[in-house]
Design a protein around this ligand. Structure first.
Ligand code: F6R
Length: 266
């Protein structure tokens, strides 16, 4: 595990964008796992900027998104299809035919989940999976109780997640979808590398539990401790409860929270 503590959200996003850009430069055919939610928006902006500056090219990459709500059409403003279009795909050159997002409107959702898994295999597996984290420790939509063996499937969302998402649905809980299709924990752990991002004080507790607490189904993100190639980039608020733990456990970490600019990737 490599933990990077950034000064603020902008710096976190810049570091994450640099890291992903470097992966694309090293492997133009990268298979990139994507997340939605507010956390990776700055990373996507950073990638768009690097694309505009002609520093990276998305022509040959393939993308797989973690999840999608059940029942929302791709053009629904709160669907993850729409989110990805608006926050990344409209601005870069990933070929449409190599963009994969679960279809939450598939007539046979079970079949959709199986073929999503098969498709990831067919593309040679995910090279790097970007992840945010929910306050209840979910990754993708793997809510507490998700098993380490879980694969892409239909899940019910936790009350906390539905409440957290209500801000995107005019605060009207009744409009928030209650089910989603998500890659499973095993699907995520099969990625060759995982990049977990978190910002804000409201993520400090769950980050502490995720990285240094017991590995347990009650905190699905804690399974990431088992991944051999995990990078975590945090802002100093999300890392607020970590520093003593990092030191006492001898974990490799780089703290850039007091510095201006800099960071491992310049
Ligand atoms: C979204 C996803 C979720 C989010 C998580 C955090 O594709 O997989 O696990 O990463 O809900 O959301 P934000 O970033 O909005 O705090």
């Amino acid at each position: 595990m490599n933990v990077i503590i950034a000064k603020n959200y902008d710096e976190l996003s810049r570091q994450a964008a640099q890291l992903v850009a470097q992966k694309i430069k090293n492997n133009p055919k990268l298979v990139l796992g994507l997340a939605t939610g507010s956390t990776p928006v700055g990373l996507y902006q950073g990638l768009i900027e690097l694309f505009k500056q002609k520093k990276i090219d998305f022509q040959k990459i393939t993308t797989f998104n973690l999840d999608e709500y059940v029942g929302l059409a791709p053009d629904h403003p709160q669907s993850y299809h729409f989110f990805m279009q608006k926050n990344l795909f409209d601005h870069v050159n990933v070929p449409k035919e190599r963009v994969f997002i679960p279809n939450g409107q598939a007539p046979d959702l079970e079949k959709e989940c199986i073929s999503y898994e098969q498709n990831i295999q067919k593309q040679g597996g995910i090279d790097i999976q970007i992840l945010g984290i929910g306050r209840d420790g979910h990754i993708g939509f793997n809510e507490p109780g998700s098993s380490i063996d879980s694969r892409t499937r239909v899940v019910s969302l936790d009350v906390m997640t539905v409440n957290d998402n209500a801000r995107f649905f005019q605060q009207d809980i009744s409009l928030v979808p209650k089910q989603a299709v998500t890659m499973g924990i095993a699907t995520i752990l099969a990625a060759k590398e995982c990049l977990l991002l978190a910002n804000g004080a409201h993520k400090a507790d769950i980050i502490l539990q995720t990285l240094y607490g017991p590995i347990t189904e009650s905190i699905p993100a804690s399974f990431l401790q088992k991944h051999e190639n995990l990078t975590v980039i945090l802002d100093k608020e999300a890392a607020g409860k970590l520093s003593e733990n990092l030191k006492s456990r001898g974990i490799r970490y780089e703290d850039y929270s007091q510095k201006t600019g800099g960071g491992p990737l310049g």
